[in-house]
Write a protein of this length. Structure first.
Length: 303
């Protein structure tokens, strides 16, 4: 909740406010999103702690399989980061958003197509994604307080109040209709892969041998997207869930696998040797991405 609201609720009480740590939040967010991205068809991050995902391909449209995928995803986030998460599975983004909010914390709500209208009917209009206090107040002014009432509303009064674009969205959303697809969004400025080690360790060679397939996978993604990188980072999550990173910037962009593996190995060694605690998870990240040039690298040419 907003700090201002928290302060009001704590008025007259001995409350403590912990300072914000944006760098920490961003690092954890990146790791959670990577865990999620590996378990779904498409992931669309919509905030530091929220994302839409598509799993129709993996589930084959079966809501029972979708539920299993969601539970597995929640378990992976919990085991890797010690964090609970709430998930909503539904036929559309707008309904999935409502479902994800319904049983916080650590909830899982499944809404099938046949259940959608009944699920939405008695909920307050404020539950709809994008309906703030002012919009809710305007709707109440025409006698609309529930999503079910909004679904049955004549579109004309809505258009007079909000204009055509918002009126169409509100009417469609109240009926559970949302054709907007889940999309990866803007082109990524970095790519990463993080793995959980078979056991906590500080042995750099053991760590690198387990990380090696992930590096190959990351390189394949670079080639598939026709990208080159200029910055390489190694990421370590220690057994107490603290995070360490080491990075290096190259003289020029490259997509060379040998270069990526050599730099990653050196950074992993540096992380492992400098840590007083065993590593639990490790990863590699490439950044400062650019489109690959037509010309091959010198190493590729020599090979």
């Amino acid at each position: 909740m907003p700090i201002s609201l928290a302060k009001k609720k704590l008025e007259g009480k001995d409350g403590s406010f912990i300072r914000m740590q944006h760098g920490k939040y961003e690092a954890i967010s990146e790791r959670v999103m990577q865990v999620a991205r590996e378990g779904v068809d498409v992931l669309e991050q919509s905030g530091i702690d929220e994302a839409f995902f598509e799993i129709t391909g993996r589930s084959g449209g079966d809501y029972g399989k979708a539920s299993s995928i969601a539970r597995e995803l929640k378990e992976k986030i919990l085991s890797s980061e010690g964090l609970t998460s709430s998930v909503g599975i539904a036929p559309s983004k707008v309904v999935a958003k409502i479902a994800s909010d319904l049983q916080k914390p650590n909830g899982l709500t499944i809404i099938t197509p046949d259940e959608t209208k009944r699920f939405l009917m008695m909920l307050s209009v404020e539950k709809l994604y994008g309906v703030g206090p002012k919009t809710a107040q305007a709707l109440k002014g025409i006698g609309v307080e529930t999503i079910g009432q909004l679904a049955g509303q004549n579109p004309e009064p809505l258009e007079r109040l909000f204009g055509r674009k918002l009126a169409v969205y509100l009417h469609d959303a109240a009926n559970g209709a949302d054709e907007e697809p889940v999309t990866e969004g803007r082109e990524a400025t970095q790519l990463s892969r993080i793995i959980t080690l078979k056991k906590n360790t500080r042995d750099p060679e053991e760590i690198f041998s387990q990380l090696s397939p992930a590096i190959d996978d990351l390189h394949s993604r670079l080639l598939a997207e026709n990208r080159m990188f200029r910055n390489v980072s190694a990421i370590a999550i220690l057994f107490d869930l603290s995070t360490r990173t080491r990075s290096m910037t190259l003289d020029a962009p490259t997509a060379d696998l040998r270069m990526l593996r050599d730099k990653a190995r050196a950074l992993v060694r540096e992380l492992a040797m400098s840590s007083e605690k065993d590593l639990r998870r490790v990863g590699v990240r490439v950044a400062e991405l650019v489109g690959a040039a037509d010309q091959s690298s010198l190493t590729e040419y020599l090979e």
